[in-house]
Design a protein around this ligand. Structure first.
Ligand SMILES: [Zn+2]
Length: 312
């Protein structure tokens, strides 16, 4: 599906009334300007939710630039395009759509990966967009929980660190990841992790450290097909002093650290990967395949969410 603009609310309601497992492709329609266009929800019909908080372009007059001190304003370039391509690739491979929530406002106007005060910097229009963004993720989580019992939330970002590798945030800092596996598996760290539920409910009964950086971790699956990733078997933790994003507001709020059965992982793609068009197109297909594999291996071995098209 080509992204042509945010959904009309009426169409959204219509789509939400359809059965979750229907194979109907949810379509976006053009919505010109105004607050309705600031956030888009593309409904899905599988237990995967992807949010794209920093890829937006809109800079409307009624949402002024955030002037807060020390607030990040960098756009995560091409993450909106990559996220939508991942959605299409998942449908092509498996016949299902993930739920996708997009902030269309430029990060200079709204940062939905922060609490509302920092996110909107006091502007009411930006605050409304923040509540809309977060509310759509809440709705998608409730739908997935009701239909499938558990699921996975991905907060999709792009970083500008000089080390070109993918960073995965499970709410463990770089320093915490430096602990050995035995220490990580003791329990204290699991409790605060965004994949807390998966540790107790994964299909293969893998330990926390195996889920973080074992052969079947998301990081190792990405590394295995040519995307260096931390944490993974290859790079189990960032070295002392190396920059690393461990997961932000969205991963904390929508993952399972504070309860529930939806886990959360923040994915941070490097700049070289996003800037190169040919690599970007391949990346979307590879990410789709890996996410489907991750869901099948650890969550739903029997539901057919595999890249082989079994679900069609
Ligand atoms: Zn970001």
């Amino acid at each position: 599906m080509k992204y042509i603009g945010p959904l009309l609310p009426s169409l959204l309601l219509l789509l939400l009334t359809k059965p979750l497992c229907s194979q109907v492709a949810p379509e976006a329609v053009i919505q010109e300007g105004g607050p309705e266009s600031y956030v888009t929800y593309l409904p899905g019909n599988m237990p995967l939710i992807i949010s794209i908080p920093h890829g937006g372009y809109l800079m409307p007059e009624e949402v002024p630039e955030r002037t807060c001190v020390n607030c990040a304003r960098n756009q995560d370039i091409f993450t909106l395009e990559i996220g939508l391509d991942v959605r299409d690739a998942i449908y092509d491979m498996a016949g299902y759509y993930p739920h996708v929530i997009i902030n269309n406002l430029h990060r200079t106007r709204l940062d939905p990966n922060r609490n509302v005060e920092e996110a909107a910097d006091g502007n009411q229009n930006a605050e409304k967009a923040w509540y809309r963004f977060q509310g759509y993720i809440d709705s998608a989580r409730a739908l997935v929980t009701g239909e499938f019992g558990k699921g996975l939330f991905i907060d999709l970002h792009g970083h500008r660190h000089l080390i070109m590798r993918t960073e995965l945030g499970y709410l463990l800092s770089g320093e915490e990841l430096q602990f050995d596996d035995e220490m990580l598996d003791l329990g204290t760290f699991i409790e605060f992790s965004s994949i807390r539920n998966l540790v107790s409910a994964n299909s293969g009964a893998l330990s926390f450290s195996r889920l973080l950086r074992g052969p079947l971790s998301l990081g190792s699956m990405l590394s295995d097909i040519g995307y260096p990733t931390v944490p993974s078997s290859e790079i189990p933790f960032p070295a002392a002093g190396e920059p690393f994003f461990s997961g932000g507001y969205n991963t904390t709020r929508h993952g399972s650290s504070s309860g529930g059965t939806i886990d959360g992982i923040q994915i941070e793609l490097d700049l070289d990967l996003r800037n190169d068009l040919s690599r970007r197109e391949k990346l979307a297909e590879d990410l789709a395949m890996v996410l489907l594999d991750f869901l099948r291996i650890h969550y739903f071995p029997d539901l057919g969410f595999s890249p082989t098209g079994d679900a069609r």
